[in-house]
Design a protein around this ligand. Sequence first.
Ligand SMILES: NC(=O)c1ccc[n+]([C@@H]2O[C@H](COP(=O)([O-])OP(=O)(O)OC[C@H]3O[C@@H](n4cnc5c(N)ncnc54)[C@H](OP(=O)(O)O)[C@@H]3O)[C@@H](O)[C@H]2O)c1
Length: 312
Amino acid sequence: MDSNNRILLTGGAGFLGSEVVDQLVSTGFPRENITCPRSAEFDLRDANICNDLVAKHDIIIHLAAKVGGIGFNQKFPGELFYDNITMGINLIEQSRINKVKKFVFVGTTCSYPKFCPIPFKEETLWDGFPEETNAPYGIAKKALGTMLESYHQQYDFPCAYLIPVNLYGPRDSFHLEHSHVIPALIRKFTAARESGEKSVTLWGDGSPTREFLFVRDAARGIVLAVQNISEPIPINLGSSEEIAIEKLAELLKDMIGFSGEIIWDTSKPNGQPRRKLDISRAKEIFEYSGETSFQDGLRETIAWWEAHKGEF
Ligand SMILES: NC(=O)c1ccc[n+]([C@@H]2O[C@H](COP(=O)([O-])OP(=O)(O)OC[C@H]3O[C@@H](n4cnc5c(N)ncnc54)[C@H](OP(=O)(O)O)[C@@H]3O)[C@@H](O)[C@H]2O)c1
């Protein structure tokens, strides 16, 4: 891929986006050729703004999204559907009109059916309704996958569609309302250890399972897709390791050194019962697999939080 290409990286200042910037630069793309528009100045729900931005770029990597954990999904389902589908529709349509060289779209495992056979295979994406709290976000994202397929079929639109599993790592959101499970647990256990709490209460019953991918490994998959993929076949990106939330909580509790008790609040939702991806397609198409061990990734994430928690 020509390093003179001008890249529009939406969401480039976010958790995953900032890692993608670092990896594009280390692959040889000059930093000055990468634009990361911020929402305060460039609201991508506005088609005119998208048109102006897309017209100045050759490659579009679309990461901007409204995202959050279960509580956030329950509180803002309308915004999750509208913002995500509108940003995607605007950017894909303007990219078609402006004949960009490549459009890389990042979807979500929240698009898979609630009771999807394990491991999730890409061909089962449409075999059932997603877990209810994830549905507005997950359906908006997978509808954009269908938009890419139809544009590829009708206009020969050059694009890629990646589906990363739950991510974790340094620079994740540790916001009390918006954060995903790993940063939420790290924040809670660290605060409880420091204030000498006897217990920490967590949502659900701890039985659901999740797979996690270190953010740097996900960013590497995105850069590989920019370089190698030009059709919108959905491609899972994962680590292929499944862990129960209860076990994850015990592991983090020990790593952080919180000695109190974990109480499960079963009046709160569990979310999707199980999540584990089949990553054979990514391995086959561009020799991709997660590289960072879960323990190493968690250690780095905890260290990042310990160093930055004073800023929150
Ligand atoms: N984190 C995960 O576990 C995970 C897993 C699978 C897939 N993904 C996908 O990966 C992508 C990045 O996620 P992330 O975790 O890095 O999220 P993030 O840190 O919240 O970054 C998302 C970015 O989107 C931008 N954005 C939101 N609304 C916008 C708008 N109306 N106009 C312009 N920009 C807007 C925000 O920019 P500002 O900061 O300027 O407001 C934000 O920095 C998303 O597409 C997400 O669906 C994430």
